[in-house]
Ligand binder design. Structure first.
Ligand code: ZN
Length: 81
């Protein structure tokens, strides 16, 4: 368990639940490893283990497969059991 004292926000470990935003502070900037496509200079792949840029909480970044009820369907608020 990492100790990150002295910050304005307490660092929490909310990893394990794929999310597009930080569940703790709602921040939309997530720090995750990315793999660039050499042909297009765009992001081709990304890792899911990362942390929130704002509050440094550990998070699990989402992928299209994690979209509720499948990609392209509206979210129903269900959670993965
Ligand atoms: Zn956060």
């Amino acid at each position: 368990m990492a100790v990150n004292g002295g910050d304005e926000f307490p660092s929490m470990d909310v990893s394990g639940i794929p999310t597009p935003v930080c569940p703790v502070c709602g921040g939309e900037w997530l720090v995750i490893p990315v793999k660039f496509c050499k042909e297009s200079y765009t992001i081709g792949m990304w890792g899911t283990n990362g942390h929130c840029f704002e509050c440094k909480s550990q998070i699990t970044a989402c992928t299209p497969l994690d979209f509720p009820n499948g990609w392209g369907m509206g979210p129903e608020g269900e959670t993965n059991g």
